[in-house]
Design a protein. Structure first.
Length: 398
């Protein structure tokens, strides 16, 4: 009923004619908007920033490939909303992609658009999604021992997101879809309703890359340039505190020391404070004995960071953290501060990461793009005892 009323409201307040999308109030028409079709997606609410960056790549590549065949759909960048780790940002949601990324650069790779650009085009300010496909995993992904690409409509489902906090996004029909395999198969679902203008996929993390690590993958990754203010701030920090003005610095090593949920739940993968100090010292003595500057990126608590700093200082190292001023935090947000940490890690002579952290993966990719030798990049902190598998190396393909 509400949906019907909204549709009626839409029909009364706007008039899309052959010339395009027309707004009765301002008497302006936008031909392109009338023709354009948009796909939105959302990700499982608890997922973090860095997995979401990979999910974006899956969609961006799907759209970039389809554009080569004159596909007219555009991808709407889902705003950043209520991310679990972003504790200081509860009041400022939603955050648009331009806060963290260079959207023109994203557009150079794939046909993407920010959600606010769509709201500014719909004068009624209501965005009605024709079909919201809620993706779900198959209960048994390995039927008869084999993982196959497949999808199937049916079953029960719920949209567990919040449309990024917008109350003016409405849906005509929700469709439950069990899905597994390559993301390009989503086009089969899109093709079911050719007259749709707005489609959305919930649980966009379920479809997989068509080709992980391909040249197109890296072209997409390279287009994910950061917002220029974040780059400027990171580079200024490197120049002021780490004595380097080059892209590839020789003057410091960097460490991503993932704590919080990792330190609690993945004790077999991450070391104690003392173990971390011992490993950093051992690494530097082996690979870069003249280095004194250690940059540490971490989500650790102040007490842990102070311990780490004092123990490293006591054996002769100078420890650096990027500590934002209140105005930097307010301006860049937790996500921007995390990116600044990643940029500073990316330019170091050597990087030591946390095993299987997507935050670490994104730094490794950045260093591959910058052209560092992979031996300086794919290093990890080991647990205090027990086995320590080598990190996988994902080398850039040009
Ligand atoms: N500023 C800063 N934030 C960090 C750091 N490490 C983790 N975080 C925060 O914690 C979040 C990490 O979550 P994810 O992006 O999910 O990455 P992850 O948890 O390491 O990896 P997965 O859970 O395996 O995907 C980041 O988005 C940051 O908000 C760090 O070194 N510096
Ligand atoms: Mg995470």
């Amino acid at each position: 009923m509400i949906v019907n009323l909204l549709l009626l409201f839409l029909a009364l307040s706007t008039n899309a004619n052959d010339e395009g999308y027309c707004d009765l109030k301002t008497k302006t028409c936008d031909n392109d908007f009338f023709k354009e079709k948009f796909i939105l997606y959302d990700v499982n609410p608890p997922e973090g920033f860095n997995l979401r960056r990979d999910v974006y790549m899956r969609f961006a590549i799907m759209f970039a490939e389809a554009k080569k065949n004159k596909n007219e759909w555009k991808l709407v960048l889902p705003p950043w909303y209520k991310l679990y780790h972003w504790k200081s940002e509860r009041k400022n949601y939603p955050i648009y992609w331009s806060k963290f990324f260079n959207v023109d650069s994203l557009k150079s790779f794939a046909p993407v658009v920010e959600l606010h650009d769509i709201f500014t085009k719909t004068e009624t300010n209501i965005l009605n999604i024709d079909h919201l496909y809620v993706l779900q995993n198959f209960p048994d992904p390995f039927e008869n021992g084999e993982f196959k690409d497949k999808w199937e409509i049916g079953g029960d489902c719920d949209y567990d997101g919040e449309f990024w906090g917008y109350s003016n996004i409405t849906v005509t029909e929700i469709v439950c879809v069990k899905f597994q395999g390559r993301i390009s198969n989503l086009w089969d679902l899109v093709a079911m309703h050719p007259s749709d203008k707005f489609i959305m996929f919930a649980h966009g993390e379920i479809p997989l890359h068509d080709y992980y690590g391909s040249k197109t993958f890296w072209d997409c990754r390279k287009s994910m340039k950061f917002n220029k203010d974040l780059i400027k701030t990171a580079k200024q920090f490197i120049a002021d505190h780490l004595n380097c003005k080059e892209e590839k610095c020789a003057s410091y090593i960097s460490v991503h020391w993932r704590r919080q949920d990792f330190a609690r739940l993945r004790r077999n993968d991450v070391p104690s404070v003392q173990g971390t100090v011992k490993q950093i010292d051992g690494f530097i003595k082996k690979h870069s004995p003249n280095t004194k500057n250690v940059f540490v990126a971490s989500d650790g608590q102040n007490s842990e960071l102070t311990q780490l700093e004092s123990q490293l200082t006591s054996i002769g190292y100078k420890v650096h953290f990027f500590i934002p001023t209140p105005s930097q935090l307010n301006d860049f947000k937790d996500g921007g501060i995390a990116i600044i940490d990643q940029i500073i890690c990316s330019h170091a002579a050597y990087f030591i990461g946390t095993y299987e952290s997507t935050f670490t993966f994104r730094i490794q990719e950045e260093r591959e793009i910058l052209g560092f030798d992979s031996s300086t990049t794919f290093n990890r902190l080991c647990p205090d005892s027990g086995k320590c598998e080598k990190p996988s190396k994902w080398r850039v393909v040009s």
